[in-house]
Design a protein around this ligand. Structure first.
Ligand SMILES: C[S@@+](CC[C@H](N)C(=O)[O-])C[C@H]1O[C@@H](n2cnc3c(N)ncnc32)[C@H](O)[C@@H]1O
Length: 276
């Protein structure tokens, strides 16, 4: 998922330059590099060093100081937005067949949260799944779905609900025809489902707490964070989830440290955990 580096060895980014870059980004958007793995961040900075033909990371730092357009470029590269509808289909199979039926049976209201929701693909997938499998519950207003992300520009796109076909390649048969309308070369999700999901800005590096919820999807986000930050975030999810609520992580992510004691593993393969 991280854009690859060609065989060449990158010059290290000196601590001073790294600090300058961090300060510029913070001033531009409030985004901080604090909790992220240095290796991931540096790899992405190098992508922009090469793309701008800067002779060195220091020269790139100078360019970044002058150019707000480049600051926005770098922010976009750092907060990589790869996502698509029904990403990793088995996890949504499991949600539709086992997890959601249980939640709907046990609770009047289901509050779902998609953290690091990118262009809305993940929370809209949840809305689609619920609408197709539990239409009465959706129509009765028993569901709220909130998508949050650190990147306000991607949240604007999410609200638009307009997608290139490559984001829709894993839709189950018939879903495209039932819930999307073609618009030029793209497809727009129908208004009813767009209105089912709300979007808000949130930065996992600064977030103090979440409103109570019953289901959290946080997939392919924590992988970029230092372990300590991951543990803090996971404990924050445990605090927010109602007893018996579910947490779904990405395929390459897992619980660890103190957070492990706060969940029971429901499906290790699909990374589904239940709050104790
Ligand atoms: C790779 S996408 C994952 C999208 C979706 N969850 C999925 O699995 O398809 C990672 C998302 O996390 C967001 N993100 C990165 N750092 C974040 C932070 N500190 N707080 C909130 N969201 C963040 C990025 O902006 C990006 O949209």
């Amino acid at each position: 998922m991280l854009s690859g580096i060609s065989g060449s060895v990158e010059p290290d980014i000196a601590p001073d330059t790294f600090e300058v870059i961090g300060r510029i980004l913070k001033a531009r958007s409030g985004f901080t590099l604090d909790g992220y793995k240095d290796k991931c961040v540096k790899r992405r900075i190098h992508i922009r060093v090469r793309a701008t033909h800067s002779p060195s990371p220091e020269a790139y730092g100078e360019l970044l100081t002058r150019s707000t357009a480049e600051q926005d470029h770098l922010l976009r590269v750092l907060t990589i937005h790869v996502s698509h509808f029904f990403r990793n289909p088995p996890v949504f199979e499991k949600l539709g067949a086992e997890i959601l039926p249980q939640l709907f049976e046990q609770r009047d209201q289901i509050r779902a949260l998609s953290v690091g929701c990118a262009g809305g693909e993940e929370p809209y997938t949840l809305a689609l799944l619920m609408k197709e499998r539990f239409p009465a519950a959706i129509d009765a207003g028993r569901v709220t779905i909130l998508g949050v992300d650190v990147d306000t520009a991607i949240l604007e796109q999410a609200r638009e609900g307009l997608y290139h076909p490559d984001r829709l390649a894993e839709l189950p048969p018939g879903v495209l025809e039932r819930w999307f309308a073609p618009e030029g070369s793209r497809y727009r999700l129908c208004r009813e489902l767009r209105e089912q999901v709300h979007f808000e800005h949130a930065d996992l590096n600064h977030r103090q707490g979440w409103d109570p919820c019953d289901l959290i999807l946080c997939r392919n986000v924590l992988i970029y964070f230092e372990r300590e930050r991951q543990e803090t975030v996971l404990n924050g999810f445990a605090d927010a989830l109602s007893p018996g609520g579910y947490l779904v992580l990405g395929k390459a992510e897992t619980l660890f440290g103190t957070a492990r004691k706060r969940f029971r593993t429901i499906c290790p393969v699909e990374r589904i955990y239940r709050a104790l």
